[in-house]
Structure formats: C-alpha cells, structure tokens
Design a protein around this ligand. Structure first.
Ligand code: GLU
Length: 285
C-alpha cells in the first residue's frame, strides 16, 4: 500500500554534490521510504547561466551510487513531468501573474548590486546572523519600495527585478520536524525578496514553491541553510492560497574548521570519493 507522503530530492546543478548533500538527501529518501511514500527527483536548473548539464547528470549518478532511488524524475519521467525547472517556465510565469494581480509583488529598478552597495555603506540594514546559516542578509530598504499598485497592469515581467512586499513586523512561525518551532520576523530577518529576476529567470523562492505545490509535496526535507527561506516561502503559499507542506531541515555538515561544506569544497565531493574507490557504506562509517 502506498502512503500519502510525497517528498522530493531537489539538487541545484551548479557544482558537485558533497558529503553534506549526501546526508540531507539520504534523510529525505529515508523519510519517504519509511512513510511508504513517493519520492520525486527535481533538477533545480532554473538558472541556466550557472547550472551545467554535467552537474545534473553527476548528481543523479552520485545519489544512485549512494543507494537512493526515486519514483519520478528527469531520467524516468512521471505524472508531473517535466522534472527540470528550466522546462517549467510557463508555470512560474503563471504564478508571477497571480502574485502581481493580487498586489503581492512589485517591479524594482534597484539591482542586487545596488543593494549590496547600500549594505556596505550602512544605508540598508543587515539581518541578525542566523546560527544555522551563519550568515546575515541585506534587508531591501523600505524607501526603495514603490507605491502600492505600481506594476499591477504589467503583462510580462520585462526588464525588472520583481520583489515580494513582506508584511513588516509579522512573525512567521512554523514547526520544523527537526529544529522544532522556528520564528522569523518579516522586515527584520529578511526583507522584500526576489521572485523574478530582470534577466528573465524566476527566483528560487518562487520556482520551488510553484513546483512543490504542483507536485503535491507533503514534506520538504532540505538543509538548515534554508530555514529562513521557509519563512519567505510560507508568504508565497499564503499569497497563492495554497496549503504549505511540512518542513524538516537537516543540520549542516561542517568541515574541521567549522565551515559548512559548499559546492566549492571539491575535496569532499561525492564524485571524488566514488572515484577514489570508496563505497557508499564507507560514508556511513
Ligand atoms: N535546490 C536547492 C539547493 O540545492 C534546494 C531547494 C529546496 O530543497 O527547497 O540548495
């Protein structure tokens, strides 16, 4: 009998997977299998400038080597195909229309570079450092927001960055399956965030929510670096009148110096381990 659980593996093919990914994806796989559920593989190659086909292929190979399997994905198809984000643009565009018509998002001429400069000069505030992400982020200055209603008659995203107008001061709370209760304050922990980039690429936050809704995901398992993103995504679910899934964030794997592993840390890539003759069971040791 198949349970009601639908989970997903959603790597971004901008580099090689490392041990941290192995741990998170293994957890996602295990939770789906233990629930007798369905596991979907989604290739998050939305940013075609940064993503490479070789990394998409490599990620699937690495995860199969780890012993993971999935019930739908780019290599095997499935009821919600296509499973590559680069092929799902019209769905994101449809969500863009809905968010725009609902007055949730606005077009901005301020670039991400300007935001970075404004942060360096102290004009834009920084969020407090988040323990799990070990990072803070620039809060998009309120004075850069256009008046409400601006952009609502646009027929396409055009040459603008579109941002979600966050409800300043609202505390977004959710129960995480691993980290328990999590709270983030809009306007303090994060500001107006990108949903569509001026180069025509939908932002991660939008694409992931649109796909998780379309694919009927019941639980999102991913790294703790995305805890704050979950708060943003909950705002998108609300704006789209969709029921959010459950969330389970996995602790990040750190190296000996306490730095979290990144795709740049080639040495611990799964491909390097695989090619050095290690087996997946060596990793569990
Ligand atoms: N594609 C994202 C990443 O590799 C994960 C997105 C998610 O699980 O929501 O970092």
């Amino acid at each position: 009998m198949v349970g009601d659980y639908i989970g997903r593996l959603a790597p971004t093919p901008t580099g090689r997977l490392h041990l941290g990914h192995a741990r998170t994806f293994h957890t996602a796989w295990k939770r789906a299998r233990e629930a007798n559920g369905v596991l979907i593989y989604r290739d998050e190659d939305i940013d075609t400038l940064r993503c490479k086909a070789e990394f998409s292929q490599g990620a699937m190979k690495d995860l199969r080597w780890l012993g993971l399997n999935w019930d739908a994905g780019p290599d095997i198809g499935g009821p919600n195909a296509p499973y590559q984000q680069s092929q799902r643009t019209e769905r994101y565009l449809d969500a863009w229309h809905r968010l725009k018509n609902g007055g949730w998002i606005y077009p901005s001429t301020h670039s991400r570079k300007q935001l970075r400069e404004a942060t360096e000069s102290g004009f834009a505030r920084q969020s407090p450092i988040n323990e799990d992400e070990q990072d803070s982020e620039a809060i998009f200055p309120e004075s850069w927001r256009p008046e409400k209603g601006i952009g609502q008659d646009a027929t396409e995203p055009g040459d603008f960055n579109w941002r979600f107008r966050v409800p300043d001061g609202e505390v977004i709370t959710f129960e995480d399956g691993y980290f328990a209760t999590q709270s983030f304050t809009a306007g303090e922990d994060f500001g107006d965030f990108l949903v569509w980039r001026r180069d025509g690429v939908p932002a991660y936050e939008l694409a992931v929510v649109v796909d998780d809704i379309a694919m009927g995901i019941t639980e999102v398992v991913r790294g703790a670096d995305l805890l704050r993103s979950t708060a943003r995504q909950l705002l998108i679910y609300r704006a789209l009148s969709a029921k959010p899934p459950a969330f389970y964030h996995c602790p990040l794997v750190r190296d000996e110096s306490g730095q979290r592993l990144a795709k740049r840390s080639e040495s611990l890539s799964l491909q390097a381990l695989r090619e050095s003759g290690k087996t997946a069971s060596d990793l569990q040791a």
